[in-house]
Design a binder for this molecule. Structure first.
Ligand SMILES: O=P(O)(O)O[C@@H]1C[C@H](O)[C@@H](CO)O1
Ligand code: GUN
Length: 342
């Protein structure tokens, strides 16, 4: 039977090559042979021009924050599900609800308070996100990673990312803390990447390397600190995979991830780290293992968000002590990007 590829008048024609036509602004339009007919709707477009955020928009948010606080942070922390208490330890705080910050997205997930907190921690000036943004909330990846570029413009040099994750590695247990040594950015592998679209050369190169995006010295330092704090018994190091969510994994998906060498899986972080690495931030990441990902059809357990938050509460002090000591020992270069706008 012959399949008629030409849709009847008024119906949708799916044309993968039109992605880039609709993605990029007119200044970067290609000489694609795709139809420019207004009746053609590009359903396969994976990034829309409305998702693009201009340098000015990041700068406006950074300028607004700098007009509201005297703090000029060197370190930024993104708190994962149930780990927002890290922000409470900052001294001399200035804090802002996301809803009050021009250009900032809103947090919609339980366990993500939606506040940006500036303050001092062990002699370092920090900014802490109590709540992050996820793809599954409906944000574009450019929006989920929006704060990272704002941090760069504020002069931040080091980004600490934390998350709640399910474990696939056989030796991992709920309550373990995994230092992230690498990631698999599943959305990125299929073209859902916050760096898609015209490159902003002011932030970084078109083709950034990701082979050393989790700083090795910081990883070693964190392992040393864990030893000194007597918590190395539940420290792990491994590979984190970002999936889109919001559902947790099916058993077949869990088995696939395990076979691929993924140690822990979550719904965030990798996109933020891609953007941070692109603009030259040093990154340290950790996953709090909140549950085992079910890999057996015989297993009757199932994961839920309340359980994830509960493990976050139980381990919050340990995570906080580890991160605090790490921050106190981070060396700062004092590249003041907030004065030398990129
Ligand atoms: O923000 P993170 O990555 O810590 O949140 C994880 C993934 C989901 O948002 C949520 C599932 O419980 O926790
Ligand atoms: N995808 C995913 N995210 C999580 N966040 C916390 N636990 C999990 C999990 O098991 N899977």
């Amino acid at each position: 039977m012959e399949i008629n590829l030409v849709a009847a008048a008024g119906t949708t024609l799916i044309n993968p090559s039109c992605c880039f036509k609709s993605t990029f602004s007119s200044s970067s339009s290609s000489s694609s042979s795709s139809s420019s007919s207004s009746s053609v709707v590009c359903q396969s477009s994976i990034m829309h021009s409305k998702d693009q955020i201009s340098h000015d928009e990041y700068q406006k948010t950074a300028d607004w924050l700098m007009s509201q606080t005297k703090h000029r942070p060197q370190v930024a922390i993104i708190c994962g599900s149930g780990l927002g208490m890290l922000a409470d330890t900052l001294k001399c705080q200035d804090s802002f609800a996301y809803s009050d910050i021009p250009g900032f997205p809103q947090s919609t997930v339980q366990g993500h308070a939606g506040r940006l907190v500036f303050g001092e921690l062990k002699g370092k000036t920090c900014v802490c996100m109590q709540g992050r943004f996820h793809m599954y909330e409906g944000h574009s990846l450019a929006k989920t990673t929006f704060p990272v570029r704002v941090f760069k413009l504020l002069g931040v040099e080091t980004l600490i990312v934390t998350n709640a994750a399910g474990s696939l590695a056989d030796g991992f247990h709920p309550g373990d803390i995994m230092i992230i040594k690498d990631h698999v950015n599943f959305p990125g592998l299929v073209g859902l990447n916050p760096l898609s679209g015209p490159n902003d050369d002011k932030f970084g190169p078109r083709f950034p390397a990701m082979s050393s995006c989790y700083d090795k010295d910081l990883r070693c330092l964190a392992l040393d600190i864990a030893k000194q704090q007597g918590v190395s018994g539940f420290m792990q190091e491994g590979v984190y995979a970002m999936v889109g969510g919001p559902n947790f994994e099916s058993i077949a998906e869990a088995r696939l991830l395990h076979r691929l060498g993924v140690d822990a899986v979550g719904m965030s972080t990798a996109a933020e780290v891609v953007v941070a690495t692109h603009c030259g931030l040093r990154v340290f990441g950790l996953s709090l293992i909140t549950n085992k990902v079910v890999k057996s059809y015989e297993d009757s357990e199932s994961v839920n968000h309340d359980g994830v938050l509960e493990v976050g509460r139980l381990r919050s002090l340990t995570v906080q002590q580890l991160v605090t000591e790490l921050i106190s020992r981070i060396e700062i270069n004092n590249n003041d990007d907030s004065k030398n706008a990129v």
